[in-house]
Design a protein around this ligand. Sequence first.
Ligand code: HEC
Ligand code: HEC
Length: 401
Amino acid sequence: MRDSHSSHFCGIRTCHVRFRPIIGQHRRAGGTNILPGPAVWLTALLAGLVWGIPPAHAQPRPLAPLPEVIPPPPSDQVALGRRLFFDPRLSGDATISCATCHDPQHGWADGLALSRGYPGSLYFRNTPTVLNAALGRFLYWDGRLPADDLPTVVRDHISEAHFMQADGRLVIERLRQVPLYEAEFRAVFGGEPTYGRILNAVAAFVRSLTSKDVPFDRFLNGDTQAISESAQRGLKLFRGRARCIHCHDGPMLSDGRFHSLGLVSEPAIFLEPERHITFRRFLRTLGVPGYRLIRQDPGHLCVTKDAGDMERIRTPTLREVSRTAPYMHDGQIGTLAEVVEFYNRGGGPRPSRDPFLKPLNLSAEEQSDLVAFLETLSGTLPDEPRPELPSYELRSPGETH
Ligand code: HEC
Ligand code: HEC
């Protein structure tokens, strides 16, 4: 399968890709990559030092409490960004906001298997939570942007045909016709709404969204009562026989790398015309060769065009995971118990499956212990009342702006 594809994947890049994630590509022996040169190793080493990623095949990093977002987002930008996050005027037809899909009531996701997309379209992946997004390594299931580039994610969302389909100039003009926004932008940025300021304010708000008061973090900090005995047994399995920590390590319970679990893609993506159209248009825009024939989400290959990355998906954080069902990049697994059952069977049938996945022979009780552990990774939800949205007040001729 891979061999028959490999000659097609010729490394076309697009402007979406700000840098090529070098470390993920060279980690596996027997891959199709040519040996990287010294510059690549040096960059990989430096990147590893910055994010704390161990070299390939090293011991997993220990689990650790959630770190702080550094530097903290400025509170006045956060307050303005919160309002914009809930404001549908950031979408082309002014009917959906960021919060339509990243809804605080659904753990800042949408509770759907596959995202609904912009009205009139349907998307082909599950909506991830935006909680703790700033603390990961890559954003999106295929890892097409680094997590320290949130303003670009906001820009993509506002302008992409499948998300909010808005022309930035129209959004600016709408906000200029709202005196309260005008006043807030002046107070926060010293001037009127501009596209860059809109993106920065929303990005600051997203950066402010982190888990609070997580039982597992309290446990790690010495409160032995913070999680149940069943969850403690689950933690032991997670680090031990169930081997989850091999990929879900460190403070985010993610190695920030890309793996295939061998899942067969959700058929709805190819049976519902709108989803299939979005899928094809997306792959085509990113320059994925042979996109017409592909019936699997190519995952990280969308970014690297490297045949070895076919179907590899970013290891997601497990923080807040009990709130963000259904699971996986296409929402095909409904509950945490079913996810654990899936790993217990040794993963899915696709040949791309990571060779590390093997049947685990966990008893029913052990499986429910693992689920109990996963449930300790959710904190109290940030108190997020929907902000009031200010109205338009059209300008009289001659008024400034
Ligand atoms: C129509 C639904 C929809 C809307 C509206 C939407 N998103 Fe998303 N968002 C998604 C989906 C789906 C993904 C995952 C896309 C992928 O991986 O290909 C995503 C991914 C993200 C991510 C990356 C999370 C991660 O860990 O990978 C961030 C951050 C984000 N959205 C923020 C926003 C912001 C800010 C807005 C408003 C400007 C917004 N979203 C509006 C559906 C939506
Ligand atoms: C080989 C690496 C690897 C191992 C080992 C592994 N995972 Fe994962 N995990 C992933 C990847 C990659 C995904 C996303 C896959 C996808 O969406 O197709 C994932 C997804 C998940 C999800 C769904 C998260 C979401 O937001 O949808 C859960 C829950 C999960 N893993 C728990 C576990 C548990 C529990 C174990 C141990 C029994 C484990 N994982 C072992 C790599 C791994």
